[in-house]
Design a protein around this ligand. Sequence first.
Ligand SMILES: Nc1nc2c(ncn2[C@@H]2O[C@H](COP(=O)(O)OP(=O)(O)OP(=O)(O)O)[C@@H](O)[C@H]2O)c(=O)[nH]1
Ligand SMILES: [Mg+2]
Length: 293
Amino acid sequence: MFKTAFISIIGFPNAGKSTLLNAILGDKLVITNKKAQTTRRRIKGILNEPGYQLVFSDTPGIIEHSAYLLQDQMMKAVHESLEDADVLVVLIDALSEDPWDSLKEIAKSAEQPVLIAINKTDKLKQNDVLLLIEKVHQEFESDKIIPLSALKSNNVDALVNEIKELAPEHPPFYDEDIISDENVRFLVSEMIREKLLQQFEKEIPYSAEVEINEYFEEDGIDKIYAIIYLERDSQKGIVIGTKGAAIKKLGTAARVDIEKFLGKKVFLDLSIKIRKNWRKEELQLKRFGYIKK
Ligand SMILES: Nc1nc2c(ncn2[C@@H]2O[C@H](COP(=O)(O)OP(=O)(O)OP(=O)(O)O)[C@@H](O)[C@H]2O)c(=O)[nH]1
Ligand SMILES: [Mg+2]
Protein backbone atom coordinates (compact mmCIF):
# COMPACT_ATOMS: atom_id res chain seq x y z
CA MET A 1 0.00 0.00 0.00
CA PHE A 2 1.17 3.51 -0.85
CA LYS A 3 2.09 5.73 2.09
CA THR A 4 1.88 9.49 2.31
CA ALA A 5 2.70 11.89 5.12
CA PHE A 6 2.78 15.60 5.80
CA ILE A 7 5.81 16.47 7.90
CA SER A 8 6.56 19.87 9.44
CA ILE A 9 10.12 20.84 10.29
CA ILE A 10 10.03 23.09 13.35
CA GLY A 11 12.81 24.84 15.25
CA PHE A 12 14.46 28.07 16.29
CA PRO A 13 15.84 30.49 13.69
CA ASN A 14 19.09 29.31 12.13
CA ALA A 15 18.77 25.69 13.36
CA GLY A 16 19.19 24.48 9.78
CA LYS A 17 15.56 23.67 8.86
CA SER A 18 15.89 24.85 5.27
CA THR A 19 19.26 23.15 4.86
CA LEU A 20 17.62 19.95 6.14
CA LEU A 21 14.76 20.19 3.64
CA ASN A 22 17.25 20.61 0.79
CA ALA A 23 19.28 17.65 2.08
CA ILE A 24 16.15 15.48 2.25
CA LEU A 25 15.17 16.43 -1.29
CA GLY A 26 18.74 16.09 -2.57
CA ASP A 27 18.17 19.36 -4.39
CA LYS A 28 18.26 23.02 -3.52
CA LEU A 29 14.65 24.15 -3.21
CA VAL A 30 14.67 26.65 -0.36
CA ILE A 31 17.10 29.40 0.53
CA THR A 32 19.45 29.21 3.50
CA ASN A 33 21.67 31.71 5.25
CA LYS A 34 23.72 32.18 8.39
CA LYS A 35 21.48 35.12 9.38
CA ALA A 36 18.44 34.25 11.48
CA GLN A 37 14.92 34.53 10.10
CA THR A 38 15.81 33.71 6.54
CA THR A 39 12.62 31.73 5.93
CA ARG A 40 9.48 33.85 6.13
CA ARG A 41 6.82 31.48 4.88
CA ARG A 42 5.85 27.85 5.04
CA ILE A 43 7.25 26.19 1.93
CA LYS A 44 6.45 22.65 0.90
CA GLY A 45 8.99 20.26 -0.58
CA ILE A 46 7.96 16.83 -1.82
CA LEU A 47 10.05 13.65 -1.63
CA ASN A 48 8.76 11.00 -4.03
CA GLU A 49 10.10 7.49 -3.62
CA PRO A 50 8.71 4.12 -4.69
CA GLY A 51 5.70 3.50 -2.46
CA TYR A 52 6.01 6.83 -0.63
CA GLN A 53 5.22 10.49 -0.96
CA LEU A 54 6.55 12.60 1.90
CA VAL A 55 5.42 16.22 1.88
CA PHE A 56 7.70 18.34 4.05
CA SER A 57 7.03 21.88 5.23
CA ASP A 58 9.95 24.16 5.89
CA THR A 59 8.84 26.82 8.37
CA PRO A 60 10.07 30.14 9.75
CA GLY A 61 12.16 29.89 12.93
CA ILE A 62 10.21 30.21 16.17
CA ILE A 63 10.60 33.57 17.87
CA GLU A 64 9.12 34.12 21.27
CA HIS A 65 8.34 37.82 21.03
CA SER A 66 7.40 39.07 17.63
CA ALA A 67 8.17 42.74 17.07
CA TYR A 68 6.09 43.52 14.00
CA LEU A 69 3.23 42.23 11.90
CA LEU A 70 5.44 40.27 9.49
CA GLN A 71 6.79 38.26 12.43
CA ASP A 72 3.23 37.66 13.67
CA GLN A 73 2.41 36.20 10.27
CA MET A 74 5.58 34.12 10.30
CA MET A 75 4.55 32.60 13.63
CA LYS A 76 1.06 32.01 12.28
CA ALA A 77 2.67 29.97 9.51
CA VAL A 78 4.50 27.92 12.15
CA HIS A 79 1.26 27.24 14.03
CA GLU A 80 -0.58 26.21 10.91
CA SER A 81 2.26 23.81 10.10
CA LEU A 82 1.92 22.29 13.57
CA GLU A 83 -1.78 21.72 13.12
CA ASP A 84 -1.94 19.85 9.86
CA ALA A 85 1.17 17.66 10.06
CA ASP A 86 1.10 13.86 10.43
CA VAL A 87 4.62 13.95 11.87
CA LEU A 88 6.63 16.74 13.49
CA VAL A 89 10.37 17.04 13.20
CA VAL A 90 11.70 19.27 15.97
CA LEU A 91 15.14 20.38 14.87
CA ILE A 92 17.66 21.26 17.56
CA ASP A 93 20.82 23.22 16.82
CA ALA A 94 23.69 21.37 18.52
CA LEU A 95 25.76 24.55 18.49
CA SER A 96 23.19 26.83 20.14
CA GLU A 97 22.92 27.41 23.86
CA ASP A 98 19.35 28.68 23.72
CA PRO A 99 17.02 26.98 26.19
CA TRP A 100 14.63 24.50 24.60
CA ASP A 101 11.52 25.47 26.59
CA SER A 102 9.25 26.41 23.70
CA LEU A 103 10.42 23.39 21.67
CA LYS A 104 9.69 21.11 24.61
CA GLU A 105 6.26 22.63 24.95
CA ILE A 106 5.53 21.98 21.28
CA ALA A 107 6.85 18.42 21.47
CA LYS A 108 4.89 17.60 24.60
CA SER A 109 1.59 19.08 23.51
CA ALA A 110 1.76 17.68 19.97
CA GLU A 111 -1.02 15.37 18.92
CA GLN A 112 1.10 13.74 16.24
CA PRO A 113 4.31 11.69 16.58
CA VAL A 114 7.40 13.86 17.15
CA LEU A 115 10.92 13.07 16.00
CA ILE A 116 13.71 15.12 17.50
CA ALA A 117 16.62 15.73 15.16
CA ILE A 118 19.85 17.18 16.47
CA ASN A 119 21.53 19.13 13.69
CA LYS A 120 25.10 20.34 13.06
CA THR A 121 26.67 17.29 14.72
CA ASP A 122 29.49 17.60 12.18
CA LYS A 123 30.86 20.29 14.49
CA LEU A 124 30.86 18.08 17.62
CA LYS A 125 33.08 15.28 18.84
CA GLN A 126 31.44 11.86 18.94
CA ASN A 127 31.34 11.85 22.72
CA ASP A 128 29.71 15.27 22.89
CA VAL A 129 27.05 14.05 20.47
CA LEU A 130 26.30 11.16 22.83
CA LEU A 131 26.07 13.53 25.80
CA LEU A 132 23.73 15.80 23.89
CA ILE A 133 21.50 12.89 22.89
CA GLU A 134 21.26 11.95 26.57
CA LYS A 135 20.39 15.52 27.54
CA VAL A 136 17.70 15.73 24.85
CA HIS A 137 16.38 12.35 25.96
CA GLN A 138 16.04 13.60 29.55
CA GLU A 139 14.57 16.99 28.74
CA PHE A 140 12.16 15.94 26.01
CA GLU A 141 11.37 12.55 27.56
CA SER A 142 11.68 11.06 24.12
CA ASP A 143 13.44 8.09 22.54
CA LYS A 144 12.98 9.29 19.00
CA ILE A 145 16.21 11.24 18.68
CA ILE A 146 18.22 11.37 15.47
CA PRO A 147 21.61 13.12 15.40
CA LEU A 148 22.47 14.37 11.93
CA SER A 149 24.20 16.94 9.81
CA ALA A 150 21.96 18.60 7.25
CA LEU A 151 24.91 20.41 5.72
CA LYS A 152 26.95 17.24 5.20
CA SER A 153 23.88 15.07 4.55
CA ASN A 154 24.95 12.76 7.38
CA ASN A 155 22.28 10.48 8.81
CA VAL A 156 19.49 12.37 7.03
CA ASP A 157 18.35 9.03 5.59
CA ALA A 158 17.85 7.71 9.15
CA LEU A 159 15.39 10.54 9.76
CA VAL A 160 13.58 9.84 6.49
CA ASN A 161 13.37 6.13 7.36
CA GLU A 162 11.79 6.94 10.74
CA ILE A 163 9.24 9.14 8.98
CA LYS A 164 8.42 6.34 6.53
CA GLU A 165 7.67 4.07 9.49
CA LEU A 166 5.15 6.63 10.75
CA ALA A 167 3.54 7.48 7.39
CA PRO A 168 -0.13 6.56 7.09
CA GLU A 169 -1.44 4.56 4.15
CA HIS A 170 -2.80 6.97 1.59
CA PRO A 171 -2.50 7.52 -2.16
CA PRO A 172 -0.27 10.43 -3.25
CA PHE A 173 -1.66 13.97 -2.90
CA TYR A 174 0.58 15.49 -5.57
CA ASP A 175 1.93 14.51 -8.99
CA GLU A 176 4.80 12.15 -8.39
CA ASP A 177 7.18 14.13 -10.59
CA ILE A 178 7.11 17.46 -8.75
CA ILE A 179 9.43 18.55 -5.96
CA SER A 180 7.23 21.45 -4.82
CA ASP A 181 3.84 23.00 -5.40
CA GLU A 182 5.27 26.49 -5.04
CA ASN A 183 5.16 28.55 -8.20
CA VAL A 184 8.32 29.30 -10.13
CA ARG A 185 7.91 33.06 -9.67
CA PHE A 186 8.02 32.73 -5.90
CA LEU A 187 11.03 30.39 -5.94
CA VAL A 188 12.88 32.79 -8.26
CA SER A 189 12.08 35.75 -5.99
CA GLU A 190 13.52 33.79 -3.06
CA MET A 191 16.75 33.14 -4.96
CA ILE A 192 17.14 36.90 -5.41
CA ARG A 193 16.40 37.44 -1.71
CA GLU A 194 19.06 34.88 -0.82
CA LYS A 195 21.65 36.95 -2.67
CA LEU A 196 20.53 40.04 -0.75
CA LEU A 197 21.08 38.10 2.48
CA GLN A 198 24.55 37.07 1.32
CA GLN A 199 25.67 40.40 -0.02
CA PHE A 200 24.35 42.87 2.54
CA GLU A 201 24.63 43.20 6.29
CA LYS A 202 22.52 44.63 9.07
CA GLU A 203 19.01 45.70 8.30
CA ILE A 204 18.92 45.48 4.51
CA PRO A 205 18.15 41.74 4.27
CA TYR A 206 15.37 42.17 6.83
CA SER A 207 13.98 45.23 5.09
CA ALA A 208 13.96 43.61 1.69
CA GLU A 209 11.16 41.83 -0.10
CA VAL A 210 11.39 40.65 -3.69
CA GLU A 211 8.55 40.39 -6.13
CA ILE A 212 8.53 39.20 -9.71
CA ASN A 213 6.80 41.92 -11.69
CA GLU A 214 6.87 40.35 -15.15
CA TYR A 215 7.95 36.95 -16.41
CA PHE A 216 8.17 36.13 -20.10
CA GLU A 217 8.94 32.59 -21.17
CA GLU A 218 10.53 32.78 -24.57
CA ASP A 219 12.30 30.24 -26.78
CA GLY A 220 15.52 29.31 -25.01
CA ILE A 221 15.34 32.21 -22.53
CA ASP A 222 13.18 33.37 -19.61
CA LYS A 223 12.98 37.14 -19.24
CA ILE A 224 12.39 38.07 -15.62
CA TYR A 225 11.69 41.57 -14.27
CA ALA A 226 11.96 41.68 -10.50
CA ILE A 227 11.37 44.45 -7.98
CA ILE A 228 13.32 44.70 -4.74
CA TYR A 229 11.30 46.53 -2.10
CA LEU A 230 13.24 48.29 0.63
CA GLU A 231 12.08 50.33 3.61
CA ARG A 232 14.19 53.46 3.39
CA ASP A 233 15.65 55.73 0.72
CA SER A 234 19.08 55.41 2.32
CA GLN A 235 19.01 51.65 1.69
CA LYS A 236 18.49 52.16 -2.01
CA GLY A 237 21.92 53.72 -2.53
CA ILE A 238 23.59 50.85 -0.69
CA VAL A 239 21.89 48.17 -2.76
CA ILE A 240 22.71 49.99 -6.00
CA GLY A 241 26.28 50.68 -4.96
CA THR A 242 28.89 52.90 -6.59
CA LYS A 243 28.08 53.23 -10.27
CA GLY A 244 25.61 50.36 -9.89
CA ALA A 245 28.32 47.86 -8.96
CA ALA A 246 26.46 46.26 -6.04
CA ILE A 247 23.19 45.64 -7.83
CA LYS A 248 25.05 44.34 -10.86
CA LYS A 249 26.88 41.83 -8.67
CA LEU A 250 23.58 40.86 -7.05
CA GLY A 251 21.90 40.37 -10.41
CA THR A 252 24.69 38.21 -11.78
CA ALA A 253 24.82 35.98 -8.71
CA ALA A 254 21.04 35.55 -8.71
CA ARG A 255 20.91 34.89 -12.46
CA VAL A 256 23.49 32.10 -12.19
CA ASP A 257 21.38 30.35 -9.54
CA ILE A 258 18.12 30.88 -11.38
CA GLU A 259 19.59 29.51 -14.62
CA LYS A 260 20.79 26.43 -12.77
CA PHE A 261 17.36 25.96 -11.20
CA LEU A 262 15.41 26.44 -14.44
CA GLY A 263 17.97 24.70 -16.66
CA LYS A 264 17.53 27.59 -19.05
CA LYS A 265 19.15 30.87 -20.01
CA VAL A 266 17.78 33.84 -18.07
CA PHE A 267 17.63 37.59 -18.58
CA LEU A 268 17.18 39.23 -15.18
CA ASP A 269 16.23 42.85 -14.64
CA LEU A 270 16.24 44.24 -11.09
CA SER A 271 14.67 47.49 -10.00
CA ILE A 272 14.18 49.02 -6.56
CA LYS A 273 11.13 50.55 -4.91
CA ILE A 274 10.69 51.96 -1.44
CA ARG A 275 7.80 50.79 0.73
CA LYS A 276 8.21 52.45 4.09
CA ASN A 277 7.46 50.15 7.04
CA TRP A 278 6.09 47.37 4.85
CA ARG A 279 6.82 44.82 7.58
CA LYS A 280 4.35 46.54 9.88
CA GLU A 281 1.52 47.31 7.51
CA GLU A 282 -1.36 45.02 6.89
CA LEU A 283 -2.02 46.27 3.39
CA GLN A 284 1.57 45.70 2.28
CA LEU A 285 1.69 42.27 3.90
CA LYS A 286 -1.49 41.33 2.09
CA ARG A 287 0.02 42.47 -1.15
CA PHE A 288 3.12 40.37 -0.57
CA GLY A 289 0.94 37.38 0.31
CA TYR A 290 1.87 37.11 4.00
CA ILE A 291 -1.74 37.73 4.97
CA LYS A 292 -4.41 35.87 3.09
CA LYS A 293 -6.85 38.27 1.48
N1 LIG B 1 28.00 23.10 10.51
C1 LIG B 1 26.75 23.00 10.09
N2 LIG B 1 26.08 24.08 9.70
C2 LIG B 1 24.81 23.92 9.28
C3 LIG B 1 24.17 22.65 9.24
N3 LIG B 1 22.92 22.82 8.78
C4 LIG B 1 22.78 24.14 8.54
N4 LIG B 1 23.91 24.80 8.84
C5 LIG B 1 24.15 26.25 8.70
O1 LIG B 1 23.30 26.95 9.58
C6 LIG B 1 22.89 28.20 9.00
C7 LIG B 1 21.39 28.31 9.01
O2 LIG B 1 20.84 27.36 8.11
P1 LIG B 1 19.36 27.49 7.55
O3 LIG B 1 19.03 26.21 6.88
O4 LIG B 1 19.18 28.76 6.79
O5 LIG B 1 18.57 27.59 8.93
P2 LIG B 1 16.99 27.76 9.18
O6 LIG B 1 16.64 26.97 10.39
O7 LIG B 1 16.24 27.47 7.95
O8 LIG B 1 16.92 29.32 9.54
P3 LIG B 1 15.65 30.34 9.46
O9 LIG B 1 15.02 30.20 8.12
O10 LIG B 1 16.30 31.67 9.65
O11 LIG B 1 14.74 29.98 10.59
C8 LIG B 1 23.50 28.23 7.60
O12 LIG B 1 24.69 28.97 7.64
C9 LIG B 1 23.77 26.75 7.31
O13 LIG B 1 24.82 26.53 6.40
C10 LIG B 1 24.94 21.51 9.63
O14 LIG B 1 24.50 20.36 9.62
N5 LIG B 1 26.21 21.74 10.06
MG1 LIG C 1 14.97 28.60 6.86
